[in-house]
Design a protein around this ligand. Structure first.
Ligand code: ADP
Ligand code: MG
Length: 335
C-alpha cells in the first residue's frame, strides 16, 4: 500500500461533487437556491443541451463583492451561517458552503457579479481563479459549462439531452412553486419554456400545475400555532396513475419525505383507490428548530423533532379540506 497523503483541494472537491452534482438538474438546484438566498426579484435560467453543455443563471440579487468572489468558490465558505446556533435555525436554502466548490471542480465555471454599491462588476474564472472587471447591473451571473468535462467516468452516467432537460424543468418547477414572489424564466437551446411573472401563490400554482388541477382541488389551510399547512390537494376525480404531481415543501424547501407522503395518502384512504395517486402542492411552515435539514448535502430529506405531531397535523389538515362540502376552489382568472 502507498503511504498516507493529503488529497489536493481539487480532488477533494471532485469527490464531494459526487454527492452534490449528480446531474445538470442538481447544479441548477444549487445555483437557483443561491439566487433565491441572494434576495433576487427576477431570475433567468438559460440551458443548453439539457444543461450538460451550459447552465447560466442570471439574478438581480445582492451580488458578491470582489474580495469575496474567490471565497464563494471555496469549500466550506459561506455567508449564511457562522455558528451551530445559526445552523439550528437556518432560514436560507444553503448553508454548507460547498455547492459552488463542487460544481466548479467538475465544470468550467465563471461567476460575474456586481455587489450593491460597487462601481462595476467583477468576473472570476473558476479554473484559474483569475479576476477581471466586467459589465453587469447589480446581481450575479453564474455560468456553468461542460459538466464533467474532466471526469469522463461520471459523464457516462448522464442520460439523453431530453431526459436531463426534463429533470432541469422539474427542478425549476419546484423552485418556482416555492417562490411565486420571484419572476422566473427558463429557456432551453434558445427557446423560452417558462415565463413566470411574480404573482400570487394561487396563480403560480395554476401556471405550473394547470388550471384544471386548481378546478379539481380543495384549498388546504390550517394553522396550528407552531405548525401551519397551506396549499391545494386534488379531489379524487383528478387523481393520477403516478406520483408525478406531488409537491411538498417544508419552510420553502421541496422535500421528499415518507412521513409526509404517508400522512397525505392516509387522508385519501376512503376516497381514492390504492392504485391512484392524488396531486397536491402543500407548504408546511414550522419553527426551523423543529426540523433538521442537514441530513444530506442535497437537503431533500428532513428529520422532524416531533414526527408524530407533524404527521397528525398534516393528516387532519388534508382530511378536513377534502371533507369540506361546497364548491371546489378554482383559479380566479379575473382581477
Ligand atoms: P452556500 O449556499 O451553502 O453558502 P455555495 O457554495 O452555494 O454555498 O455558495 C457560497 C457563497 O457564495 C454563498 O454563501 C454566497 O455568499 C455566495 N453566492 C453564491 N451564489 C450567489 C448569488 N447568486 N448571489 C449572491 N451571492 C452568492
Ligand atoms: Mg448554495
Amino acid at each position: 500500500m502507498a503511504s498516507i497523503h493529503r488529497l489536493s483541494d481539487l480532488l477533494v472537491n471532485q469527490i464531494a461533487a459526487g454527492e452534490v452534482v449528480e446531474r445538470p438538474a442538481s447544479v441548477l438546484k444549487e445555483v437557483l437556491e443561491n439566487a433565491v438566498d441572494a434576495g433576487s426579484r427576477a431570475i433567468e435560467v438559460q440551458l443548453e443541451q439539457g444543461g450538460v453543455r451550459r447552465i447560466r443563471v442570471t439574478d438581480d440579487g445582492c451580488g458578491i463583492a470582489r474580495e469575496e468572489l474567490a471565497l464563494a468558490l471555496e469549500r466550506h465558505a459561506t455567508s449564511k451561517i457562522a455558528s451551530l446556533d445559526d445552523l439550528e435555525r437556518v432560514g436560507t436554502m444553503g448553508f454548507r458552503g460547498e455547492a459552488l466548490a463542487a460544481i466548479a471542480a467538475v465544470t468550467r465555471t465563471t461567476i460575474t457579479s456586481r455587489a450593491e454599491g460597487a462601481g462595476h462588476a467583477w468576473r472570476i474564472d473558476g479554473d484559474t481563479g483569475e479576476l477581471s472587471p466586467a459589465a453587469l447591473n447589480q446581481g450575479t451571473v453564474i455560468d456553468v459549462a461542460d459538466l464533467y468535462y474532466n471526469t469522463p467516468a461520471r459523464r457516462k452516467f448522464l442520460k439523453s439531452e431530453a431526459t436531463e432537460y426534463a429533470h432541469c424543468d422539474e427542478m425549476f418547477r419546484r423552485i418556482a412553486l416555492a417562490h411565486p414572489e420571484i419572476g422566473l424564466q427558463l429557456s432551453h437551446n434558445g427557446r423560452v419554456s417558462h415565463r413566470l411573472p411574480p404573482s400570487e401563490p394561487i396563480r403560480r400554482v395554476g401556471a405550473l400545475m394547470g388550471d384544471d388541477f386548481l378546478e379539481h382541488a380543495r384549498e388546504v389551510r390550517a394553522d396550528g400555532g407552531i405548525l401551519a399547512l397551506a396549499g391545494f390537494a386534488s379531489m379524487p376525480a383528478y387523481s393520477r396513475s403516478s406520483r408525478d404531481a406531488q409537491y411538498f415543501f417544508v419552510n420553502g424547501r421541496y422535500v421528499r419525505d415518507k412521513l409526509l407522503t404517508h400522512a397525505v395518502r392516509q387522508a385519501y384512504t376512503d376516497i381514492l383507490h390504492g392504485s391512484r395517486h392524488p396531486a397536491y402542492v402543500l407548504f408546511l411552515q414550522l419553527d426551523p428548530a423543529g426540523v433538521d435539514v442537514n441530513v444530506h448535502p442535497a437537503k431533500i430529506e428532513v428529520r422532524f423533532r416531533d414526527a408524530r405531531a407533524v404527521h397528525q397535523f398534516v393528516f387532519h389538515a388534508v382530511s378536513r379540506a377534502l371533507a369540506e362540502s361546497g364548491a371546489t376552489r378554482s383559479a380566479d382568472t379575473e382581477s
